[in-house]
Design a protein around this ligand. Structure first.
Ligand code: IPD
Ligand code: CA
Ligand code: CA
Length: 263
């Protein structure tokens, strides 16, 4: 499947950053046993990955705006387009030597996410989607799951850590949802949770307290795979509110109902 020039650029940047992170990840596995631990090393790897992506994207498209987790935001001469980048999503997994993290790159045009690339470099799974072109993982077209009943469904989520204010609401979500579904998974990389909804591995996902770069690329992936995405509080902008619900066509509404009652 052939994507646009912008999509190919995003894939090139994601692969380049992914290669650099895979090298660093091998080193992190060795650093686990050292007295100082891998903390500083990982923040350097993270910043280096963002530098690689920024160089690739901004050299090719110098007029676009930029939002990156590590380097912040910058307006571009073209106010209608911006890159939204998380160079390493799933940092805690990476730090602990758990092979579940990804590079996430999105392109927004006039307020809409039009292309997204999520690269799980440790598993060599490259997820990509472009508006109107479908969602893909490597060469395989993605579809959300066809599961219809809540009691058979598995949902992903993120549970706030480090005293974040969204913890009580998230615990309430779990208390409502866990008795009526087949299970909840907390894998630690929001971008991959959304990619897994797109690929049907998860039937749905929700999380509160996210940043735009955690979810931007995943939004277009889920939509292009035939799924639905929306904010926890109806009427709010997903990227601004930092909350998201995603699901297949059958379970999105029941999931929203349960989570919105608690909101
Ligand atoms: C985090 C991950 C995690 C989510 C957190 C995010 P980071 O991103 O996506 O799954 O629960 O809210 O901050 O810090 O690893 O880029
Ligand atoms: Ca993130
Ligand atoms: Ca990150």
């Amino acid at each position: 499947m052939q994507g646009s020039a912008n999509l190919n650029l995003m894939i090139k940047a994601a692969r380049k950053a992914g290669r650099s992170l895979v090298k660093d990840f091998r080193e992190v596995e060795n650093l686990q046993v050292s007295a100082k631990g891998p903390g500083d090393f990982v923040s350097k790897a993270d910043r280096e990955a963002e530098r690689i992506i920024r160089d690739e994207l901004m050299t090719a498209r110098p007029t676009y705006g930029w939002v990156g987790e590590e380097t912040g935001s910058a307006d571009g001469a073209d106010p209608t387009r911006r890159w939204i980048v998380d160079p390493l999503d799933g940092t805690t997994n990476f730090l602990h030597g758990l092979p579940h993290w990804a590079v996430s790159i999105a392109l927004e045009h006039k307020g809409e996410i039009v292309a997204g690339v999520i690269f799980d470099a440790a598993k060599d799974e490259l997820y990509w989607a472009e508006k109107g072109m479908g969602a893909w993982m490597n060469e395989t077209r993605l579809r959300v799951s066809g599961r219809r009943s809540m009691i058979e469904a598995i949902f992903g989520t993120g549970i706030p850590f480090g005293g974040r204010s969204t913890l009580p609401a998230s615990l309430q979500d779990l208390a409502r949802l866990m008795p009526v579904c087949a299970g909840v998974r907390r894998w630690g990389a929001a971008s991959l949770d959304l990619a897994y909804v797109a690929s049907g591995r998860l039937d749905g996902y929700w999380e509160r307290g996210l940043q735009p770069w955690d979810m931007a690329a995943g939004i277009v992936l889920v939509r292009e795979a035939g799924g639905f995405v929306g904010p926890v509080r109806e009427g709010r902008d997903m990227l601004e509110s930092g909350s998201i619900i995603a699901g297949n066509g059958e379970l999105y509404q029941p999931l929203c109902k349960i989570l919105r009652e608690a909101a």
